[in-house]
Structure formats: C-alpha cells, structure tokens
Design a protein around this ligand. Structure first.
Ligand code: UD2
Length: 314
C-alpha cells in the first residue's frame, strides 16, 4: 500500500482520483483550499482520507503534507481559460507558483514521483491534428501559458534534482462532479445540467469547434499508470491523455438532446476570447509508455455523466 498526496482533492478530478485510489486499497492524503473545490465532492470519502484544508501556496503546510508520501498527484489549479484572460495574475499564482511550491515540497520530502495535471491548451491553435507531444507548444491564453510553465518546471525538477516527474496533458476531461455552476465551468457540465432543467444552452461561436472530450475514468487510469511506469520511459516527460477522437459542439449538443430529453435548439453567441478552434490528441505515446488505453468512450461517458447529474439533481 502506497501513500498518495492529491492536491486539489476536493475538485472534480482530484476527488475522482481519491475514489479510484481508495477502491484499489491505497492510502490517500489530500489538500484543498476550496477555491474551486467543493466539500460535497468529499462527502462519502472524508472519513477514509487524511484531508487537510491547505493552500498549495503555503510552502510550510505543503512540506508537512508531503511528509511520508510516495506519490504526489498535483491537480490543484484555477482551471479556466476565460478566467485566466480576466485575471492573469491570479491564474499565474495558483497555476505556476502553486506548482513550484508543490514541487519544492515534494523534492524536500523525497517523494518517489510527482504526476501533474497539464493541459491540452498548451498546443494552442496550430493547424496540425492530431496533436502529438513532439510538436512545439503554442499557448494562447494565460491559463495555457501557466499550465505549460508548470510542465517545464516538472521537467526541470527532474533534470536538476532527480525527482521523477510526469506531466499528463489532459484533453477536456468531463464526468460526474464537474462543477456546472460557474460561468467558467466546463461546457459539458454546463450544457448537461441546463438541458436537464429544460434551459437553453449557449454555444460560443458557430459550434464547429471540436474537442477530444475525455471521460474522467480514463484520466484516473492514466494517473495510476503514470505513477508506476518505468522511470526510464516516463520520468521528466509529457503525455497526452485523451481518447483520440473529437466531436464538435454542434454534434455534442445533438448527442445530448435525447439523453437529456431537451428538444429545443441551442442559442449562439460570440466566440470566446482565448479559445482554440480544434483539439484532438495522438495518444500513441501514452499507449506505448504508460500502457494507457481509454476504457470509456465519449458517448458512454456522456450517458454516465447525464445519469449522474439526473440522479444527484445538481
Ligand atoms: C481548456 C483545455 C482543457 C482544460 C480546460 C480547463 C483546450 C482545448 N482544452 O478547455 O484541456 O485544460 O481548459 O478549463 O484548450 N463553450 C460554449 N458554451 C459554454 C461554455 C463553453 O460554447 O457555455 C465552448 C467554449 O467557447 C469552447 C468549448 O465550449 O469552445 C470548450 O470550452 P471549455 O471551457 O469547456 O473548455 P476548453 O476547451 O477551454
């Protein structure tokens, strides 16, 4: 049994990782400052994890949190492109300074490995599809820059201090517990909850933008594999975590209509600043070096997510 520290454990991805690890009999410690995380995400598992209300910007608290830890899964962030466009300083503080703190704490505690929630936004709007890890990044939004800077810090910490690090470039992760309530929420959480309530969702732009929407179980799998894969294959490296398929927002809306029993049309509004048009991953590196294989496809992920929101009445 290993001890895992999850930063951002009360978030959608962090709390899903905690559940996945507990199911596998692992020990979980988690930190969160509830800036975007939610206490209710920890409802059924709070008694089974060592939870600490800690800000990743508090280095002393992070050093304590890393004591005795085998693996750090660093998920804590302010995860939003539009929010970063409005507040680049806040984005940088949480998404870069916070990562450096987590890395210093992990290095000093001599943890075995740090796995990081990087972002597909690093690729930017370059026309080549699918995106593969050898492409030069071309971030657009402050959020994308911050996520890429943290990736570079992870690789730097491997090169300079020898601490094993792996960055997982998440491609639009979705699923149960993703917060639908903020204007900055992920599009699927927003659309599903609105359509279930009979409210009209708004597509920014013409709806022909596409994403490699990735169900949460696939991201959990990738994190667990990234902890255990041989260091020679993964340390200091970056891997796409996605499905290798993409859907436009217009297609996605049509898939959601029967699942949510929403029969109206979407509204259309101006394109969002900082957005990229198309996103699709080449996942061959993760398949080859992590042994990753997506187990839940987009349609099945949508079904499970709609069911969850329906039964939890968010
Ligand atoms: C980016 C990253 C993603 C993750 C995420 C964190 C890319 C390709 N993906 O997601 O991996 O890091 O940031 O936030 O960079 N939209 C609407 N109506 C709405 C809300 C959104 O049309 O009510 C559109 C939005 O303009 C965009 C698409 O839906 O074109 C997806 O937006 P999102 O905020 O769910 O995720 P995105 O792609 O910014």
């Amino acid at each position: 049994m290993a001890l895992y520290l999850i930063t951002g454990v009360a978030g959608f991805i962090g709390s899903s990782l905690a559940r996945g690890l507990l199911q596998r009999g692992e020990q979980v410690r988690g930190v969160d400052n509830f800036s975007t995380g939610k206490r209710e995400n920890l409802n059924q598992i709070l008694g089974q994890i060592d939870f600490r209300e800690t800000d990743i910007l508090d280095l002393d608290a992070m050093k304590l949190a890393c004591t005795g830890v085998d693996y750090v899964l660093h998920q804590a962030a302010i995860p939003s492109v539009p929010k970063s466009v409005l507040d680049p300083i806040g984005s940088n503080r949480a998404n870069v300074d916070g990562s450096v703190n987590a890395l210093v704490a992990a290095r000093d505690a001599k943890v075995k490995r740090v796995v990081y929630a990087a972002s597909s936004s690093a690729y930017g709007d370059t026309p080549t599809l699918p995106k593969h890890e050898r492409m030069s990044p071309d971030p657009i939004s402050p959020y994308a820059v911050a996520k890429l800077a943290s990736e570079y810090y992870l690789t730097s910490f491997y090169r300079c201090y020898g601490i094993e690090t792996v960055s997982l470039r998440y491609f639009n992760i979705f699923g149960p517990r993703q917060d639908p309530s903020s204007p900055y929420s992920g599009v699927l959480a927003k659309f599903i909850t609105m359509m279930l309530r009979g409210e009209q969702p708004t597509i920014f732009g013409d709806g022909e933008q596409s994403r490699d929407f990735t169900y949460i179980d696939n991201a959990v799998q990738a994190n667990l594999l990234a902890c255990k894969a041989p260091a020679a294959q993964v340390a200091g490296k970056v891997f796409n975590v996605a499905t290798g398929r993409r859907a436009t927002l217009n297609e996605t809306f049509k898939l959601l209509q029967p699942l949510t029993s929403y029969s109206g049309a979407p509204a259309y509004a101006e394109e969002r600043g900082g957005d990229i048009k198309h996103s699709l991953a080449d996942i061959s590196q993760a398949e080859q070096h992590l042994g990753y294989k997506p187990t839940v496809n987009f349609e099945e992920g949508l079904r499970q997510t709609v069911e969850w929101y329906r039964s939890s009445r968010v």
